[in-house]
Design a binder for this molecule. Sequence first.
Ligand SMILES: *C/C=C(C)/C=C/C=C(C)/C=C/C1=C(C)CCCC1(C)C
Length: 244
Amino acid sequence: MNYTLLADLVGLDKIINSDPVAITFFIGYMAMLASAVFFFVERSSVDGKWKLSLLVSGLITGIAAVHYYYMRDFYLQTGTSPTAFRYVDWTLTVPLMCVEFYLLTKPFGAKGSTLLKLILASILMLVTGYIGETSGLDSNIMWGIISTLGYLYIVYEVFAGDIAKLASSSNSAALGRAMFLLKIFITLGWSIYPLGYMVLPGNLLSGMFEVSSIDLFYNLADAINKIGFGLVVYSVAVAESNKK
Ligand SMILES: *C/C=C(C)/C=C/C=C(C)/C=C/C1=C(C)CCCC1(C)C
């Protein structure tokens, strides 16, 4: 088999010809896979109650790695956004991120009902976001606004709701730091997604960016939020385990 044919088959030509979207799918896949291995292996170096948190981080990045593998392929084959794969990935990983927030405050009394509220809000956010991305020009702003309500509810829980109250009742310095970072991730890290959504035709930023740049926003945000926040949890776990 000659080189060009092989390169064509795996889509390397697009990557070599520096299609930035293809490159970020490729790097995203590697980074998610490496992070999943890291979190799984590091479980053995933290105390019992933190092992579950690292397992969840490993699952989030592992599930994302599998989806990036398929999304990368889909993008190389079709040149279009892998919207369905993207939302299947998020439907699994965003509720798991809510589990991560819940586990952080669980030692201080978080209840299952808090977790349920976070998961319901994230499902509202994702279902309406998916409808907005696939329903065309006329209604994507409206669905984007409904989706944002779900997002804002999660922001509220972290800043003023159950999660915030429980965290302020603990005297762990490591948890205090993690809560501070969680607020930054939720407001700045997560807000990259609605910005990406706004490049859709008919939406507020369309025309300023190419449509395909939606995947640049989403891939960047996924790396920051899934891997970055996983590392925050990891550092709390290590700090708390070393206390004894
Ligand atoms: C690992 C994946 C994560 C953390 C995904 C988070 C996704 C969002 C915060 C998406 C938010 C959206 C809006 C707030 C409005 C427009 C539609 C969405 C779904 C892109």
